[in-house]
Write a protein that binds this ligand. Sequence first.
Ligand code: OSB
Ligand code: MG
Length: 369
Amino acid sequence: VPIQKITMKRLKMRLKTPFATSFGTMRHKEFFLLAASDGEGNTGYGESAAFTEPWYTEETVETTRHMLEDFLIPILGENKVSHPDEVSELFRPIRRNNMAKASVEGAVWDLYAKRKGIPLAEALGGKKQKIDVGVSLGIQPTVKDTLEVMEQYLEEGYKRIKLKIKPGWDIDVLREVRRRFPEAPIMADANSAYTLEDIDHLKQLDDLDLLMIEQPLGADDIIDHAKLQRVIQTPVCLDESITSLEDVKKARESGSCQVINIKISRVGGLTEARKIHDFCQRQGIRVWCGGMLEAGVGRAHNIALTTLPQFLLPGDTSGSSRYWEKDIIKPEVVVTDGEISVLDRPGIGYELDEEAVRRFTIEEKVFEL
Ligand code: OSB
Ligand code: MG
């Protein structure tokens, strides 16, 4: 995969509705759109995931910029890459900073698939032509709002609703949700808002018939989640705690979870995400694809990954209109009956909407490799 040039645009997009979690409320998404060109007319796209503040992981938009400009892009300039799997190897001397790594690795994967003339999904080994998706619902101002928004998403066909919870906004709200929607596939995500002190409180989740509880405890914890999983029936799903295949192996050995949320960005790219997928397939661990409120390019990468067979549960990759008045890709991602059709076109399959990209760009840099 010859890479001649990398263009790095910083975009800022306003979310259609604010997204509230146990840590606070997001109103905008700022990120880098990376374009890797081969000088032969092919361009691969990647999108960075980290937010402006480090509440989800330690990375931010600014740390991403630093890593890309000062380390990761120079590494790509100094080395030949014949297959995108080599990128994560080349990045190994740089510790962590998985989201920065994933952003440019994603552009190399897309470029690779486009040069071969095959869909990114196919390059990864994915076979599904449609993927099942759910939606992640931020903490709403009131229970009434929660029920209304849920009703709307269920009517739109989303196959699973994820509700963000935090201490003081959990069991009671979920009880009312369950009473209003007795059969709906629902789960909860705490983004690490509890500790083992809350174990008796968390045991009440078992009466609510939830698909799973996502990341209730420490963001880097493996051990406490195992203690929790031993005393609750509700499957534990790990998100923040899983940053690599090594973490998955430790979680499996410890019994820390039954389900894994795979986010391309959190694990450092598509190559590591696929390794985790393959391991979970061999071990019979169910996985689904998580999200970072991505714009269209990141969304397209999530769709491609989700075509792999062990993505047995609906993920968080909702349609463009759930996040944006206007997305940066053409066509936008559309969800029909809770499914997204995978485009049969080279690479990520979607074109950039250059007009929209221009509108949201606040900074641009070009790196000649
Ligand atoms: O914990 O999965 C999470 C959004 C931002 C940060 C963390 C999370 C989320 C979501 C929404 O749950 C995912 C999405 O819709 O892209
Ligand atoms: Mg989560």
